[in-house]
Design a binder for this molecule. Structure first.
Ligand code: 3IO
Length: 337
């Protein structure tokens, strides 16, 4: 064999080997994988909206992106969600702003007693407030959605019909909702929602103050046989993405996620509103839960106690340099929009 032929065969061999080695690497590099952390269990509304977002993103990017979801605090917990996402422990995370009220001053203004009537409206108001003021608290992350719960109500083991019944009663709540309970003379006990299951079982609290879909999703109707309708404040939530993870995404993928932001926020509010109705139907018919409505006279007494809360928030917000009066005014106007 001539030397030239030898080199040719060797050359072909090398080229073939290179193909064999690299083609599968390119093929398996495949879709962009993103992790999405959430703190409560899979059947609850924050995780239902997470699965909806995952499905839409995977569909709209034609499989270019795969989102791996981690419900139940398996990747990040309720209180380290924001810092965990900033640090890159998860690409995406869903957080309840009530667990760090001092951190999310501007957006937590939506949890003042200003009359947000439902979760759909609340979600759109929250989105607009965030977009207008672009608070520093979210500067290190990419915001993918913002939504709120439906207005909060009292779920309890004992009936609450008057302010007197509420006096000193240990009820689980966080953030703005906890301030409302305190103003009514109850004893708010702060803890993330998932911890409430055990606190109720052990008798650490006699009930909770939140949106009513949890009666079904956490089976609270099995222990809390009374619901007092107060329709007071909402809990605000955010879905945030690690900034480096965001910047690494191709532009077409970024566009899909950007286009989904308001749609996803509104979808979640609508889901919440419908699910509250279904959960309460179940609670009344299957769990014998009594729904207590306050007389107009009693309600007026409760409402009067909440008047100072907005001013108290404003004094604190102003001391931190936020345009508090403008924010409150915007929320009132947005509610009517
Ligand atoms: C909530 C939080 C986690 C799962 C379901 C939920 N429904 C209402 C909330 C809001 C709340 O009480 C909280 O602590 O964020």
């Amino acid at each position: 064999m001539k030397q030239g032929t030898g080199f040719l065969i060797l050359g072909i061999f090398v080229v073939t080997a290179l193909f064999a080695a690299f083609v599968p690497v390119c093929a398996t590099a495949g879709p962009i994988k993103l992790s999405y952390a959430n703190f409560p269990p899979a059947p609850t509304f924050p995780c239902v909206q997470m699965e909806r977002w995952k499905k839409e993103v995977e569909k709209r990017t034609n499989g270019k992106v795969v989102v791996n979801t981690y419900p139940g605090g398996t990747l990040l917990g309720a209180k380290n969600m924001m810092d965990g996402v900033i640090a890159g422990q998860a690409d995406i995370g869903n957080l309840s702003m009530a667990y760090q009220p001092g951190r999310f001053v501007v957006t937590n203004a939506t949890s003042l007693p200003l009359g947000i009537p439902n979760a759909r409206k609340g979600s759109l108001v929250l989105w607009d407030v965030w977009e207008k003021y672009q608070p520093e608290a979210f500067a290190k992350v990419k915001v993918l959605a913002m939504f709120t719960t439906a207005p909060t109500n009292i779920m309890s083991k004992v009936p609450v019909r008057t302010l007197e019944d509420l006096k000193g009663l240990d009820l689980r709540a966080s953030g703005g909702a906890a301030q409302v309970l305190a103003a009514w003379g109850a004893n708010p006990v702060g803890m993330p929602m998932p911890a409430t299951v055990e606190a109720l079982q052990k008798g650490v609290v006699k009930g909770l103050f939140s949106s009513l879909e949890v009666m079904k999703d956490f089976k609270f109707a099995e222990t809390c046989k009374y619901v007092t309708i107060t329709d007071t404040v909402i809990y605000p939530f955010a879905v945030v993405m690690n900034m480096d993870s965001w910047k690494k995404l191709p532009q077409d993928v970024q566009k899909v996620m950007d286009d989904l932001r308001v749609e996803q926020s509104e979808w979640t509010g609508t889901y919440m509103d419908n699910h509250v109705k279904a959960a309460m139907e179940w609670a009344k018919t299957e769990q014998n839960v009594e729904v207590i409505t306050l007389s107009a006279e009693e309600k007026a007494k409760w409402d009067a106690k909440l008047v100072p809360l907005t001013e108290k928030w404003a004094v604190n917000a102003k001391s931190k340099g936020f345009p508090a009066d403008a924010i409150v005014n915007d929320i009132k106007v947005l509610i009517k929009k």
